[in-house]
Ligand binder design. Structure first.
Ligand SMILES: [Zn+2]
Length: 87
């Protein structure tokens, strides 16, 4: 199963307090969710919910291929450009 090792792990980064998804961890990159405040750093350097300061936890999602990861990155870049144009 050589293919499996090439899949990129995906985790939803969710808040235990308010249940908001702060974003997704795709491989080693964090993709912030839109319309949710970016995570903030806590006193001990841990990452906390940008909305309520609650603890964040990782919820495993289905692994994706590097191709899908690049598509998501491209979509994300496109959405940012649209947001900048609208502003
Ligand atoms: Zn929260």
């Amino acid at each position: 199963m050589a293919q499996v090792s090439h899949l990129i792990k995906v985790f939803n980064v969710q808040c235990v307090m308010c249940g908001r998804a702060a974003g997704q961890l795709i491989g080693r990159g964090f993709v912030p969710a839109q319309r949710v405040a970016a995570p903030i750093a806590g006193r001990n350097g841990e990452t906390r919910c940008g909305e309520c300061g609650g603890n964040l936890y990782l919820e495993p999602e289905e692994a994706i291929t590097p191709f899908m990861a690049s598509q998501i990155a491209a979509q994300r870049a496109g959405a940012l450009q649209q947001a900048q144009r609208a502003a």
